[in-house]
Design a protein around this ligand. Structure first.
Ligand code: DGP
Length: 127
């Protein structure tokens, strides 16, 4: 598999500190910040600091340390943002868009964490 990473994408610029962001959590390998166009009362983006294009790229090629850090950071966020059903909260949705069919706008892997309202069905039925 061959992935081409564009280091001029907006999240790469955020990671380099060239563009400001509203950080919620930063760990050794992961950054989480508020989405600039929130689709729900809580809308946070979780990104690895490494140069990965999409979910399968990250899952296949990131180190175990990066993957564990990313997944644990996402759990911490669900706790911090009071979304976890395990803590009696209402729940949330994670989404990761990939490529053209997934309508991925920013080609740096990211997980959307959405919550704070009922989110409806996962994928709308075609008209
Ligand atoms: P996707 O379509 O899955 O690639 O989602 C990209 C998301 O990134 C979209 O919800 C809007 C958000 N976004 C785009 N540019 C910026 C930015 O400069 N700052 C922040 N915080 N979010 C951004």
């Amino acid at each position: 598999m061959s992935y081409s990473y564009d280091d001029q994408n907006i999240f790469a610029k955020i990671l380099r500190g060239e563009i400001p962001n509203d950080t919620v959590l930063e760990t050794e390998h992961t950054l989480a910040f508020r989405d600039i166009q929130p689709q729900a009362p809580v809308h946070v983006l979780v990104i690895p600091k490494g140069a990965y294009v999409c979910h399968d790229h990250f899952a296949a090629e990131a180190s175990e340390a990066e993957i564990i850090d990313f997944i644990r950071a996402s759990a911490k966020l669900c706790d911090m943002l009071e979304l976890s059903p395990g803590a009696g909260h209402d729940g949330y949705r994670t989404i990761s868009n990939a490529g053209e069919a997934g309508i991925q706008d920013v080609p740096h892997y990211h997980l959307h964490i959405l919550g704070g309202r009922s989110l409806g069905r996962m994928v709308p039925k075609p008209e």
